[in-house]
Design a protein around this ligand. Structure first.
Ligand SMILES: [Zn+2]
Length: 92
């Protein structure tokens, strides 16, 4: 039997189901928010009002290392407003 679940999705689903982390994310340094639909990564520290993070329903909060791994190896894209150094859309 083939395992269809991808490693990056497994990590994100794992974090998503720990809703208690939402309250603890500042303590746990979950400084990055990932939009699973658009595969876009937002940085909480430099969050811009154009990010509309409150409108993203399908999002999870991750550690910086996971955000960088997703951008580097899984084709995720940094937000142009708040995480521009990982943006690959070329909207410059
Ligand atoms: Zn953003």
């Amino acid at each position: 039997m083939q395992k269809d679940i991808r490693v990056d999705q497994f990590i994100l689903i794992f974090i998503l189901h720990h809703k208690i982390m939402k309250k603890l994310r500042k303590i746990l340094f979950l400084n990055y928010a990932v939009n699973l639909r658009s595969r876009e990564v937002h940085r909480i520290k430099t969050l811009h009002h154009n990010c509309h993070l409150e409108k993203i329903k399908c999002k999870v909060y991750v550690w910086p290392i996971i955000a960088h791994i997703l951008c580097r190896y899984y084709g995720y894209n940094g937000c142009w407003w708040c995480f521009r150094e990982k943006d690959t859309n070329g909207k410059k």
